[in-house]
Design a protein around this ligand. Structure first.
Ligand code: SAH
Length: 269
């Protein structure tokens, strides 16, 4: 039997079996059925599966199916309600996503804090809802009043309204990180903040010369050069080379190339 391409990791299994089951994504009054399909796809890619539709304008719809692209199980399993109050009646935490910051007298959370709160509540056994509004008008005030806190993605303040499914994707991704127990507080920076780092083209010039030099000194001895070059690239990218260092290394390579040429000429004599 062939092993599955992506065997679930331990933490993935925990996600599937645990808190994710208690988190629902609620779309209120969605106007474009394509957005419902895209949202289904967005949540499935992030290991969530509970979609709830409150008074969608057109559903079921061929555009929803087309945009779901393989997340049709999520669409088929979507629960439907006439009002938001009914859709969240059993929830212990209800978070309302708003495109405009500070529109309501609600506590406002950033997506990461919202995901951490959702995860904590779901892990403790409580049902959680993340609520998204209509494309044109968002959530109305009465609907926002049903939420325990508002969530705002810190977008460009002059153009802060994301496409509905894109907003669902951002929140679902944050939920996934929280569910997987990722420590999002510690960024994995590469070559952290080096203001003197060389431009991409200069680094590529160095790598090209390095590849030529390895060839000239017969480093690979008949083996394919790709693996060594990949490792060397990783090594040098990690160090965050500056201009002077690149110049020094290229000087060394130039000498090595010259020596190889001389050796070659001598061998030919
Ligand atoms: N014109 C509407 C925008 C609706 S966009 C308005 O101003 O409210 C559709 C839904 O996507 C919103 O109701 C919200 O749930 C979500 N959304 C879009 N941009 C968002 C953002 N920057 N932060 C949080 N949610 C957002």
């Amino acid at each position: 039997m062939q092993a599955p391409l992506n065997p679930p990791s331990e933490s993935d299994t925990a996600v599937a079996d645990g808190a994710a089951h208690r988190i629902r994504i609620v779309l209120v009054g969605t106007q474009h059925p394509g957005n419902i399909g895209s949202a289904a796809r967005a949540i499935k890619t992030m290991g969530l599966h509970r979609l709830v539709l409150v008074a969608p304008q057109k559903f079921p719809h061929a555009e929803a199916d087309a945009m779901a692209a393989g997340a049709d199980d999520v669409l088929a399993g979507a629960a439907r309600f006439d009002t938001l109050a009914e859709a969240v009646s059993d929830c212990r935490l209800v978070l309302g996503c708003t495109a405009r910051s500070r529109r309501v007298q609600l506590r406002e959370l950033r997506p990461r804090a919202a995901a951490a709160s959702a995860h904590a509540q779901a892990r403790a056994g409580g049902e959680v809802a993340l609520v998204f509004g209509r494309e044109r008008t968002g959530l109305d005030n009465a609907e926002l009043q049903l939420c325990h806190a508002a969530v705002h993605i810190q977008a460009n303040p002059d153009y802060s309204s994301l496409n509905l499914a894109a907003a669902v994707q951002v929140l679902s991704y944050e939920l996934r990180l929280a569910l997987l127990g990722e420590d999002t507080a510690v960024p994995e920076a590469i070559a952290p903040g080096n203001p003197d780092a060389v431009p991409h083209a200069a680094l590529e010039g160095f790598f090209a010369q390095l590849a030529d030099t390895l060839e000239a000194i017969d480093f690979h001895k008949g083996r394919a050069p790709d693996s060594a070059m990949r490792k060397l690239r990783r090594l040098f990218v990690r160090t965050g080379l500056d201009e002077k260092e690149v110049r020094l290394l290229r000087g060394i390579l130039a000498d090595a190339q010259r020596m190889a040429r001389l050796a070659g000429e001598r061998g030919a004599d």
